[in-house]
Design a protein around this ligand. Structure first.
Ligand code: SAH
Ligand code: SF4
Ligand code: F3S
Length: 480
Protein backbone atom coordinates (compact mmCIF):
# COMPACT_ATOMS: atom_id res chain seq x y z
CA UNK A 1 0.00 0.00 0.00
CA UNK A 2 1.40 3.35 -0.94
CA UNK A 3 0.14 6.84 -1.21
CA UNK A 4 1.49 7.08 -4.73
CA UNK A 5 -0.97 7.71 -7.48
CA UNK A 6 -2.52 4.68 -9.03
CA UNK A 7 -3.48 5.40 -12.63
CA UNK A 8 -7.20 5.17 -13.27
CA UNK A 9 -7.64 1.46 -13.85
CA UNK A 10 -11.05 1.82 -15.36
CA UNK A 11 -12.31 1.23 -18.79
CA UNK A 12 -15.71 1.22 -20.37
CA UNK A 13 -16.81 -2.23 -21.42
CA UNK A 14 -19.09 -1.57 -24.29
CA UNK A 15 -22.45 -1.21 -22.52
CA UNK A 16 -24.61 0.91 -24.81
CA UNK A 17 -25.19 4.42 -23.47
CA UNK A 18 -28.78 5.58 -23.06
CA UNK A 19 -30.41 7.92 -25.58
CA UNK A 20 -28.99 10.98 -23.84
CA UNK A 21 -25.58 10.10 -25.34
CA UNK A 22 -22.30 9.22 -23.72
CA UNK A 23 -21.06 11.27 -20.86
CA UNK A 24 -17.48 11.15 -19.69
CA UNK A 25 -16.30 10.04 -16.30
CA UNK A 26 -12.80 10.72 -15.01
CA UNK A 27 -11.72 8.94 -11.82
CA UNK A 28 -8.42 9.61 -10.13
CA UNK A 29 -7.48 7.03 -7.53
CA UNK A 30 -5.15 7.56 -4.60
CA UNK A 31 -4.18 5.16 -1.82
CA UNK A 32 -4.52 1.43 -1.47
CA UNK A 33 -5.84 -1.35 -3.70
CA UNK A 34 -9.20 -1.14 -1.96
CA UNK A 35 -9.61 2.29 -3.48
CA UNK A 36 -8.64 0.89 -6.90
CA UNK A 37 -11.39 -1.73 -6.52
CA UNK A 38 -13.89 0.91 -5.36
CA UNK A 39 -13.04 3.14 -8.33
CA UNK A 40 -13.76 0.27 -10.71
CA UNK A 41 -17.06 -0.37 -8.98
CA UNK A 42 -18.02 3.32 -9.16
CA UNK A 43 -17.40 3.16 -12.91
CA UNK A 44 -19.57 0.01 -13.03
CA UNK A 45 -22.44 1.68 -11.19
CA UNK A 46 -22.32 4.75 -13.43
CA UNK A 47 -21.97 2.89 -16.74
CA UNK A 48 -25.71 2.11 -17.07
CA UNK A 49 -26.32 5.87 -16.80
CA UNK A 50 -24.27 6.41 -19.94
CA UNK A 51 -20.94 7.29 -18.35
CA UNK A 52 -17.86 6.00 -20.15
CA UNK A 53 -14.47 6.48 -18.52
CA UNK A 54 -11.92 8.88 -19.96
CA UNK A 55 -8.32 9.43 -18.92
CA UNK A 56 -8.34 13.18 -19.33
CA UNK A 57 -10.23 15.39 -16.90
CA UNK A 58 -10.60 18.09 -19.59
CA UNK A 59 -13.26 15.99 -21.38
CA UNK A 60 -15.05 14.91 -18.24
CA UNK A 61 -18.64 15.67 -17.34
CA UNK A 62 -18.13 14.01 -14.00
CA UNK A 63 -14.86 13.87 -12.04
CA UNK A 64 -14.33 11.69 -8.97
CA UNK A 65 -11.26 11.92 -6.78
CA UNK A 66 -11.05 8.70 -4.78
CA UNK A 67 -8.86 9.80 -1.92
CA UNK A 68 -6.53 8.49 0.78
CA UNK A 69 -6.06 9.85 4.30
CA UNK A 70 -3.29 7.58 5.52
CA UNK A 71 -0.50 10.19 5.63
CA UNK A 72 -0.63 13.98 5.56
CA UNK A 73 0.91 14.19 2.11
CA UNK A 74 -1.75 11.89 0.67
CA UNK A 75 -4.56 14.02 2.07
CA UNK A 76 -3.02 17.35 1.01
CA UNK A 77 -2.62 16.15 -2.60
CA UNK A 78 -6.39 16.13 -2.85
CA UNK A 79 -6.69 19.84 -2.21
CA UNK A 80 -4.08 20.76 -4.81
CA UNK A 81 -5.80 18.50 -7.33
CA UNK A 82 -9.14 20.11 -6.52
CA UNK A 83 -7.61 23.53 -7.21
CA UNK A 84 -6.69 22.40 -10.73
CA UNK A 85 -10.12 20.86 -11.29
CA UNK A 86 -11.81 24.07 -10.24
CA UNK A 87 -10.02 25.86 -13.09
CA UNK A 88 -11.21 23.23 -15.56
CA UNK A 89 -14.72 23.50 -14.24
CA UNK A 90 -14.69 27.31 -14.55
CA UNK A 91 -13.24 27.15 -18.07
CA UNK A 92 -15.95 24.70 -19.09
CA UNK A 93 -18.66 26.97 -17.65
CA UNK A 94 -17.25 29.98 -19.57
CA UNK A 95 -17.07 27.97 -22.73
CA UNK A 96 -20.25 25.98 -22.38
CA UNK A 97 -21.21 25.85 -26.02
CA UNK A 98 -19.51 23.18 -28.11
CA UNK A 99 -18.46 23.52 -31.76
CA UNK A 100 -21.65 21.72 -32.81
CA UNK A 101 -23.72 24.23 -30.91
CA UNK A 102 -24.70 21.81 -28.13
CA UNK A 103 -24.56 23.25 -24.74
CA UNK A 104 -22.26 21.45 -22.27
CA UNK A 105 -23.53 20.62 -18.81
CA UNK A 106 -21.46 21.93 -15.89
CA UNK A 107 -18.66 19.67 -14.72
CA UNK A 108 -19.64 17.81 -11.55
CA UNK A 109 -16.85 17.21 -9.04
CA UNK A 110 -17.08 14.54 -6.34
CA UNK A 111 -14.66 13.61 -3.59
CA UNK A 112 -14.86 9.96 -2.50
CA UNK A 113 -12.69 7.73 -0.32
CA UNK A 114 -11.06 8.19 3.03
CA UNK A 115 -10.55 11.97 2.94
CA UNK A 116 -14.25 12.28 2.12
CA UNK A 117 -15.07 10.22 5.19
CA UNK A 118 -12.64 12.02 7.49
CA UNK A 119 -12.95 15.62 6.34
CA UNK A 120 -16.30 15.85 4.54
CA UNK A 121 -17.39 19.29 5.67
CA UNK A 122 -13.93 20.75 5.51
CA UNK A 123 -13.63 19.74 1.85
CA UNK A 124 -16.78 21.67 1.00
CA UNK A 125 -15.48 24.66 2.93
CA UNK A 126 -11.98 24.61 1.47
CA UNK A 127 -13.06 24.03 -2.11
CA UNK A 128 -16.51 25.32 -3.07
CA UNK A 129 -16.18 23.79 -6.56
CA UNK A 130 -16.86 20.37 -5.00
CA UNK A 131 -20.45 19.26 -5.64
CA UNK A 132 -20.50 15.96 -3.79
CA UNK A 133 -18.66 14.27 -0.96
CA UNK A 134 -19.22 10.51 -0.83
CA UNK A 135 -17.93 8.23 1.92
CA UNK A 136 -16.59 4.74 1.08
CA UNK A 137 -19.83 2.98 2.08
CA UNK A 138 -22.12 5.05 -0.14
CA UNK A 139 -20.86 4.52 -3.67
CA UNK A 140 -23.99 2.61 -4.66
CA UNK A 141 -25.93 5.84 -4.09
CA UNK A 142 -23.98 7.75 -6.74
CA UNK A 143 -26.64 7.49 -9.48
CA UNK A 144 -29.31 8.91 -7.23
CA UNK A 145 -26.96 11.58 -5.93
CA UNK A 146 -26.15 12.70 -9.43
CA UNK A 147 -29.82 13.35 -10.11
CA UNK A 148 -30.12 15.29 -6.89
CA UNK A 149 -26.99 17.31 -7.65
CA UNK A 150 -28.63 18.61 -10.77
CA UNK A 151 -30.90 20.47 -8.36
CA UNK A 152 -28.78 21.26 -5.33
CA UNK A 153 -25.07 21.12 -4.69
CA UNK A 154 -23.25 20.50 -1.50
CA UNK A 155 -24.41 16.95 -0.82
CA UNK A 156 -22.48 14.93 1.68
CA UNK A 157 -23.42 11.34 2.20
CA UNK A 158 -22.08 8.15 3.56
CA UNK A 159 -20.82 9.18 6.98
CA UNK A 160 -22.35 6.00 8.43
CA UNK A 161 -20.80 2.62 7.83
CA UNK A 162 -23.06 0.09 6.14
CA UNK A 163 -20.86 -1.99 3.83
CA UNK A 164 -23.47 -4.73 3.42
CA UNK A 165 -25.93 -2.30 1.80
CA UNK A 166 -23.23 -1.11 -0.58
CA UNK A 167 -22.14 -4.56 -1.70
CA UNK A 168 -25.73 -5.75 -2.11
CA UNK A 169 -26.66 -2.75 -4.20
CA UNK A 170 -23.56 -3.11 -6.36
CA UNK A 171 -23.88 -6.84 -7.02
CA UNK A 172 -23.67 -7.91 -10.64
CA UNK A 173 -27.32 -9.04 -10.53
CA UNK A 174 -28.28 -5.43 -9.89
CA UNK A 175 -25.87 -3.45 -12.04
CA UNK A 176 -24.55 -5.89 -14.60
CA UNK A 177 -21.09 -7.42 -14.93
CA UNK A 178 -17.89 -5.73 -13.80
CA UNK A 179 -15.92 -3.92 -16.48
CA UNK A 180 -12.79 -6.05 -16.44
CA UNK A 181 -9.57 -4.97 -18.03
CA UNK A 182 -6.88 -7.60 -18.44
CA UNK A 183 -6.36 -10.98 -16.79
CA UNK A 184 -5.99 -9.81 -13.18
CA UNK A 185 -8.58 -8.30 -10.87
CA UNK A 186 -9.07 -7.12 -7.32
CA UNK A 187 -12.00 -8.40 -5.29
CA UNK A 188 -12.82 -6.85 -1.93
CA UNK A 189 -13.91 -9.50 0.57
CA UNK A 190 -13.49 -7.63 3.84
CA UNK A 191 -13.68 -3.98 4.85
CA UNK A 192 -12.74 -2.03 7.91
CA UNK A 193 -10.44 -2.52 10.86
CA UNK A 194 -10.92 -3.09 14.59
CA UNK A 195 -7.24 -3.05 15.47
CA UNK A 196 -6.73 0.63 16.27
CA UNK A 197 -2.98 0.86 15.82
CA UNK A 198 -2.23 4.19 17.48
CA UNK A 199 -0.86 5.82 14.30
CA UNK A 200 -3.59 4.80 11.89
CA UNK A 201 -6.74 6.48 10.53
CA UNK A 202 -8.22 3.41 8.83
CA UNK A 203 -10.51 2.30 11.72
CA UNK A 204 -12.03 5.81 11.58
CA UNK A 205 -12.28 6.15 7.80
CA UNK A 206 -13.43 2.62 6.99
CA UNK A 207 -15.28 1.59 10.13
CA UNK A 208 -15.45 -1.78 11.89
CA UNK A 209 -14.38 -5.08 10.35
CA UNK A 210 -17.03 -6.60 8.11
CA UNK A 211 -16.82 -9.56 5.73
CA UNK A 212 -18.88 -10.33 2.62
CA UNK A 213 -20.69 -13.68 2.50
CA UNK A 214 -18.86 -16.51 0.69
CA UNK A 215 -21.68 -16.97 -1.84
CA UNK A 216 -21.49 -13.33 -3.04
CA UNK A 217 -17.74 -13.55 -3.45
CA UNK A 218 -18.03 -16.77 -5.44
CA UNK A 219 -20.57 -15.19 -7.80
CA UNK A 220 -18.28 -12.22 -8.42
CA UNK A 221 -15.20 -14.42 -8.84
CA UNK A 222 -16.93 -16.81 -11.28
CA UNK A 223 -18.10 -13.88 -13.38
CA UNK A 224 -14.55 -12.52 -13.47
CA UNK A 225 -13.12 -15.91 -14.48
CA UNK A 226 -15.73 -16.22 -17.24
CA UNK A 227 -14.54 -12.87 -18.58
CA UNK A 228 -10.92 -14.01 -18.80
CA UNK A 229 -9.56 -13.13 -15.37
CA UNK A 230 -6.86 -15.62 -14.40
CA UNK A 231 -5.67 -14.08 -11.15
CA UNK A 232 -7.71 -12.54 -8.35
CA UNK A 233 -6.30 -10.61 -5.42
CA UNK A 234 -8.66 -10.74 -2.46
CA UNK A 235 -8.68 -7.44 -0.64
CA UNK A 236 -9.37 -6.32 2.89
CA UNK A 237 -7.85 -3.87 5.36
CA UNK A 238 -7.35 -7.03 7.45
CA UNK A 239 -8.08 -9.63 4.85
CA UNK A 240 -6.99 -12.60 6.94
CA UNK A 241 -9.53 -11.64 9.61
CA UNK A 242 -12.12 -12.58 6.96
CA UNK A 243 -15.09 -14.33 8.60
CA UNK A 244 -17.94 -14.00 6.11
CA UNK A 245 -20.96 -16.28 6.28
CA UNK A 246 -20.35 -19.66 4.67
CA UNK A 247 -22.93 -21.83 2.85
CA UNK A 248 -24.38 -23.05 6.19
CA UNK A 249 -24.55 -19.51 7.58
CA UNK A 250 -21.65 -20.13 9.98
CA UNK A 251 -18.58 -17.89 9.70
CA UNK A 252 -16.02 -19.06 7.16
CA UNK A 253 -12.29 -18.35 7.18
CA UNK A 254 -10.03 -16.96 4.47
CA UNK A 255 -8.54 -20.44 4.06
CA UNK A 256 -11.97 -21.98 3.43
CA UNK A 257 -12.82 -19.18 1.02
CA UNK A 258 -9.56 -19.87 -0.83
CA UNK A 259 -10.44 -23.58 -1.08
CA UNK A 260 -13.83 -22.68 -2.60
CA UNK A 261 -12.31 -20.19 -5.05
CA UNK A 262 -9.69 -22.75 -6.11
CA UNK A 263 -12.53 -24.82 -7.65
CA UNK A 264 -13.45 -22.11 -10.16
CA UNK A 265 -12.41 -23.17 -13.68
CA UNK A 266 -9.95 -20.78 -15.30
CA UNK A 267 -8.97 -19.11 -12.06
CA UNK A 268 -5.30 -20.07 -11.77
CA UNK A 269 -3.92 -17.67 -9.23
CA UNK A 270 -5.07 -16.27 -5.91
CA UNK A 271 -3.46 -13.61 -3.78
CA UNK A 272 -4.70 -11.74 -0.72
CA UNK A 273 -3.74 -8.49 0.97
CA UNK A 274 -3.32 -6.99 3.58
CA UNK A 275 -2.80 -9.46 6.41
CA UNK A 276 -2.24 -8.83 10.09
CA UNK A 277 0.27 -11.09 11.92
CA UNK A 278 -2.25 -11.89 14.67
CA UNK A 279 -4.82 -13.20 12.18
CA UNK A 280 -2.41 -15.53 10.37
CA UNK A 281 -4.30 -18.69 11.38
CA UNK A 282 -3.04 -22.29 11.13
CA UNK A 283 -5.55 -23.18 8.41
CA UNK A 284 -4.43 -20.26 6.24
CA UNK A 285 -0.78 -21.23 6.59
CA UNK A 286 -1.69 -24.85 5.82
CA UNK A 287 -3.68 -23.76 2.74
CA UNK A 288 -0.42 -22.53 1.19
CA UNK A 289 0.78 -26.12 1.24
CA UNK A 290 -2.51 -27.52 -0.08
CA UNK A 291 -3.54 -25.13 -2.84
CA UNK A 292 -1.45 -24.51 -5.95
CA UNK A 293 -3.57 -21.45 -6.76
CA UNK A 294 -2.32 -19.63 -3.67
CA UNK A 295 0.74 -17.72 -4.82
CA UNK A 296 3.93 -17.97 -2.71
CA UNK A 297 3.91 -14.30 -1.74
CA UNK A 298 2.76 -12.78 1.53
CA UNK A 299 2.45 -9.10 2.33
CA UNK A 300 2.73 -8.99 6.11
CA UNK A 301 3.29 -5.53 7.58
CA UNK A 302 5.21 -5.37 10.85
CA UNK A 303 5.84 -1.58 11.14
CA UNK A 304 8.77 -1.93 13.60
CA UNK A 305 11.22 -4.53 14.91
CA UNK A 306 11.23 -3.07 18.43
CA UNK A 307 8.88 -4.64 20.98
CA UNK A 308 8.76 -1.35 22.88
CA UNK A 309 7.60 0.55 19.80
CA UNK A 310 5.21 -2.23 18.77
CA UNK A 311 3.58 -1.85 22.20
CA UNK A 312 3.28 1.92 21.79
CA UNK A 313 1.80 1.30 18.36
CA UNK A 314 -0.81 -1.02 19.93
CA UNK A 315 0.09 -3.70 17.37
CA UNK A 316 -0.74 -6.40 19.95
CA UNK A 317 2.18 -8.57 18.84
CA UNK A 318 5.94 -8.55 19.35
CA UNK A 319 8.71 -9.15 16.85
CA UNK A 320 8.89 -12.82 17.88
CA UNK A 321 5.27 -13.53 16.94
CA UNK A 322 5.93 -11.97 13.57
CA UNK A 323 9.08 -13.99 12.92
CA UNK A 324 7.28 -17.17 14.05
CA UNK A 325 4.51 -16.63 11.50
CA UNK A 326 7.10 -16.26 8.76
CA UNK A 327 8.96 -19.39 9.91
CA UNK A 328 5.74 -21.39 9.86
CA UNK A 329 4.90 -20.08 6.41
CA UNK A 330 8.33 -20.98 5.08
CA UNK A 331 8.07 -24.47 6.51
CA UNK A 332 4.95 -25.01 4.40
CA UNK A 333 6.24 -23.10 1.35
CA UNK A 334 10.05 -22.78 1.46
CA UNK A 335 10.01 -20.37 -1.48
CA UNK A 336 7.51 -17.98 0.16
CA UNK A 337 8.42 -14.38 -0.73
CA UNK A 338 7.74 -11.93 2.07
CA UNK A 339 6.88 -8.28 1.78
CA UNK A 340 6.17 -5.79 4.55
CA UNK A 341 5.34 -2.26 5.63
CA UNK A 342 7.50 -0.20 7.99
CA UNK A 343 7.13 3.09 9.80
CA UNK A 344 10.23 4.93 10.98
CA UNK A 345 10.25 7.84 13.42
CA UNK A 346 7.24 6.73 15.45
CA UNK A 347 7.06 8.86 18.66
CA UNK A 348 9.66 7.69 21.16
CA UNK A 349 11.68 5.65 18.62
CA UNK A 350 15.35 5.66 19.64
CA UNK A 351 18.43 4.64 17.64
CA UNK A 352 18.27 1.37 19.52
CA UNK A 353 14.65 0.72 18.53
CA UNK A 354 15.56 1.50 14.96
CA UNK A 355 18.49 -0.94 15.14
CA UNK A 356 15.94 -3.61 16.18
CA UNK A 357 14.00 -2.85 13.00
CA UNK A 358 17.11 -3.28 10.85
CA UNK A 359 17.81 -6.56 12.67
CA UNK A 360 14.35 -7.88 11.99
CA UNK A 361 14.71 -6.97 8.32
CA UNK A 362 17.98 -8.93 8.18
CA UNK A 363 16.30 -11.96 9.74
CA UNK A 364 13.30 -11.95 7.40
CA UNK A 365 15.09 -11.13 4.15
CA UNK A 366 12.33 -9.34 2.27
CA UNK A 367 11.45 -9.76 -1.40
CA UNK A 368 9.92 -6.27 -1.39
CA UNK A 369 8.64 -3.73 1.12
CA UNK A 370 7.08 -0.32 1.66
CA UNK A 371 8.56 2.04 4.22
CA UNK A 372 7.27 5.38 5.44
CA UNK A 373 8.19 8.21 7.74
CA UNK A 374 5.67 8.45 10.55
CA UNK A 375 3.02 11.06 9.78
CA UNK A 376 0.94 12.31 12.73
CA UNK A 377 -2.75 12.00 11.87
CA UNK A 378 -5.42 14.14 13.50
CA UNK A 379 -7.42 12.29 16.15
CA UNK A 380 -5.08 9.29 16.46
CA UNK A 381 -3.49 8.58 19.87
CA UNK A 382 0.09 8.64 18.56
CA UNK A 383 -0.27 12.21 17.31
CA UNK A 384 -0.51 13.33 20.94
CA UNK A 385 2.32 11.13 22.26
CA UNK A 386 5.47 12.52 23.80
CA UNK A 387 8.78 12.10 22.01
CA UNK A 388 7.85 13.09 18.45
CA UNK A 389 10.97 12.37 16.37
CA UNK A 390 12.53 15.27 14.42
CA UNK A 391 11.98 14.95 10.69
CA UNK A 392 15.70 14.97 9.89
CA UNK A 393 16.25 11.94 12.16
CA UNK A 394 13.29 10.07 10.69
CA UNK A 395 14.49 10.83 7.18
CA UNK A 396 17.94 9.48 7.91
CA UNK A 397 16.43 6.29 9.33
CA UNK A 398 14.18 5.95 6.31
CA UNK A 399 17.18 6.17 3.98
CA UNK A 400 19.11 3.56 5.96
CA UNK A 401 16.12 1.20 6.06
CA UNK A 402 15.40 1.63 2.38
CA UNK A 403 19.03 0.99 1.46
CA UNK A 404 18.82 -2.38 3.25
CA UNK A 405 15.39 -3.25 1.82
CA UNK A 406 16.41 -2.34 -1.74
CA UNK A 407 19.56 -4.44 -1.36
CA UNK A 408 17.42 -7.42 -0.32
CA UNK A 409 14.92 -6.80 -3.12
CA UNK A 410 17.69 -6.63 -5.72
CA UNK A 411 19.30 -9.79 -4.33
CA UNK A 412 15.94 -11.59 -4.46
CA UNK A 413 15.35 -10.51 -8.05
CA UNK A 414 18.84 -11.36 -9.31
CA UNK A 415 18.63 -14.76 -7.57
CA UNK A 416 15.90 -15.73 -10.08
CA UNK A 417 18.39 -15.69 -12.97
CA UNK A 418 18.52 -19.07 -14.67
CA UNK A 419 15.21 -20.23 -13.18
CA UNK A 420 12.12 -20.94 -15.22
CA UNK A 421 9.03 -19.24 -13.81
CA UNK A 422 5.37 -19.29 -14.88
CA UNK A 423 4.46 -15.73 -15.87
CA UNK A 424 0.95 -14.34 -16.28
CA UNK A 425 1.20 -11.75 -19.05
CA UNK A 426 -0.88 -8.68 -18.28
CA UNK A 427 0.02 -5.86 -20.65
CA UNK A 428 2.15 -4.61 -23.51
CA UNK A 429 5.56 -3.16 -22.72
CA UNK A 430 7.05 0.09 -23.98
CA UNK A 431 9.00 -1.50 -26.84
CA UNK A 432 7.14 -2.97 -29.83
CA UNK A 433 6.31 -6.63 -29.22
CA UNK A 434 7.32 -6.51 -25.57
CA UNK A 435 4.99 -8.01 -22.98
CA UNK A 436 4.96 -7.58 -19.20
CA UNK A 437 3.64 -10.07 -16.70
CA UNK A 438 4.06 -11.22 -13.12
CA UNK A 439 5.96 -14.10 -11.61
CA UNK A 440 4.37 -16.09 -8.75
CA UNK A 441 6.40 -13.82 -6.44
CA UNK A 442 4.73 -10.70 -7.88
CA UNK A 443 7.85 -9.59 -9.72
CA UNK A 444 7.37 -7.76 -13.03
CA UNK A 445 8.76 -9.88 -15.87
CA UNK A 446 9.54 -8.47 -19.34
CA UNK A 447 9.89 -10.54 -22.49
CA UNK A 448 10.40 -9.53 -26.12
CA UNK A 449 8.06 -10.80 -28.85
CA UNK A 450 5.37 -11.75 -26.37
CA UNK A 451 2.42 -9.54 -27.20
CA UNK A 452 0.37 -12.51 -28.34
CA UNK A 453 0.64 -13.98 -24.84
CA UNK A 454 -1.44 -11.41 -23.00
CA UNK A 455 -3.88 -13.16 -20.65
CA UNK A 456 -1.89 -16.41 -20.62
CA UNK A 457 0.44 -18.10 -18.16
CA UNK A 458 3.65 -19.08 -19.92
CA UNK A 459 7.01 -20.47 -18.76
CA UNK A 460 9.81 -17.91 -18.95
CA UNK A 461 13.49 -18.48 -18.40
CA UNK A 462 14.80 -15.57 -16.36
CA UNK A 463 17.93 -14.02 -17.86
CA UNK A 464 18.47 -11.04 -15.55
CA UNK A 465 17.04 -9.20 -12.58
CA UNK A 466 17.27 -5.63 -11.29
CA UNK A 467 15.82 -3.90 -8.24
CA UNK A 468 12.41 -3.53 -9.88
CA UNK A 469 11.96 -6.23 -12.48
CA UNK A 470 13.11 -9.38 -14.27
CA UNK A 471 13.80 -9.99 -17.95
CA UNK A 472 13.56 -13.36 -19.60
CA UNK A 473 12.82 -15.40 -22.70
CA UNK A 474 9.95 -17.67 -23.54
CA UNK A 475 10.78 -21.35 -23.23
CA UNK A 476 7.45 -22.92 -24.01
CA UNK A 477 3.94 -21.79 -24.75
CA UNK A 478 1.61 -23.74 -22.56
CA UNK A 479 -1.86 -23.77 -24.07
CA UNK A 480 -3.57 -21.98 -21.22
N1 SAH B 1 -4.17 -2.82 7.25
C1 SAH B 1 -2.84 -2.81 6.88
C2 SAH B 1 -2.36 -1.55 6.18
C3 SAH B 1 -2.83 -0.23 6.61
S1 SAH B 1 -2.25 1.23 5.87
C4 SAH B 1 -2.00 -3.18 8.08
O1 SAH B 1 -2.46 -3.34 9.15
O2 SAH B 1 -0.81 -3.32 7.93
C5 SAH B 1 -0.79 0.83 4.98
C6 SAH B 1 0.48 1.19 5.63
O3 SAH B 1 0.59 2.59 5.78
C7 SAH B 1 0.65 0.65 7.04
O4 SAH B 1 1.03 -0.68 7.03
C8 SAH B 1 1.69 1.56 7.60
O5 SAH B 1 2.99 1.10 7.32
C9 SAH B 1 1.48 2.87 6.84
N2 SAH B 1 0.88 3.89 7.71
C10 SAH B 1 -0.33 3.88 8.29
N3 SAH B 1 -0.51 4.98 9.05
C11 SAH B 1 0.62 5.72 8.94
C12 SAH B 1 1.07 6.96 9.50
N4 SAH B 1 0.31 7.64 10.33
N5 SAH B 1 2.30 7.39 9.15
C13 SAH B 1 3.10 6.68 8.31
N6 SAH B 1 2.73 5.52 7.76
C14 SAH B 1 1.51 5.03 8.07
FE1 SF4 C 1 -4.33 0.55 10.44
FE2 SF4 C 1 -3.42 -1.17 12.23
FE3 SF4 C 1 -5.84 -1.49 11.17
FE4 SF4 C 1 -3.68 -1.89 9.67
S1 SF4 C 1 -4.27 -3.07 11.49
S2 SF4 C 1 -5.50 -0.75 9.09
S3 SF4 C 1 -2.27 -0.36 10.45
S4 SF4 C 1 -5.22 0.17 12.49
FE1 F3S D 1 -5.70 5.25 2.28
FE2 F3S D 1 -8.12 4.68 3.04
FE3 F3S D 1 -6.66 2.86 1.82
S1 F3S D 1 -6.69 5.92 4.15
S2 F3S D 1 -4.60 3.38 2.45
S3 F3S D 1 -7.37 4.74 0.94
S4 F3S D 1 -8.11 2.50 3.45
Amino acid sequence: MTETLVPPAIDGDGVAPPETGTRHLFIKTYGCQMNVYDSERMADVLRPLGYATTDSPEDADFVILNTCHIREKAAEKVYSELGKLRELKDARARNSTTATGNSKTPMIIAVAGCVAQAEGEEIMRRQPAVDLVVGPQAYHQLPELLTRTARARGERIGADFAPNAKFDAMSSERIGPRGVKGPTAFLTVQEGCDKFCTFCVVPYTRGAEWSRPVADILIEARALAERGVREITLLGQNVNAYNGAGPDGAPSTLARLAHALAEIPGLDRLRYTTSHPNDMSEDLIAAHGELDVLMPYLHLPVQSGSDRILRLMNRKHGQKTYLDVIDRMRRVRPDMAISGDFIVGFPGETDRDFADTLNLVRQVNYASAFSFMYSPRPGTPAAAMAGQVPEAVARERLHALQALLFEQQTAFNTSQTGKTLPVLFERKGRNPGQAIGRSPYLQSVHVENGEHLLGRIVAVEIESGTQNSLAGRLVEQKAA
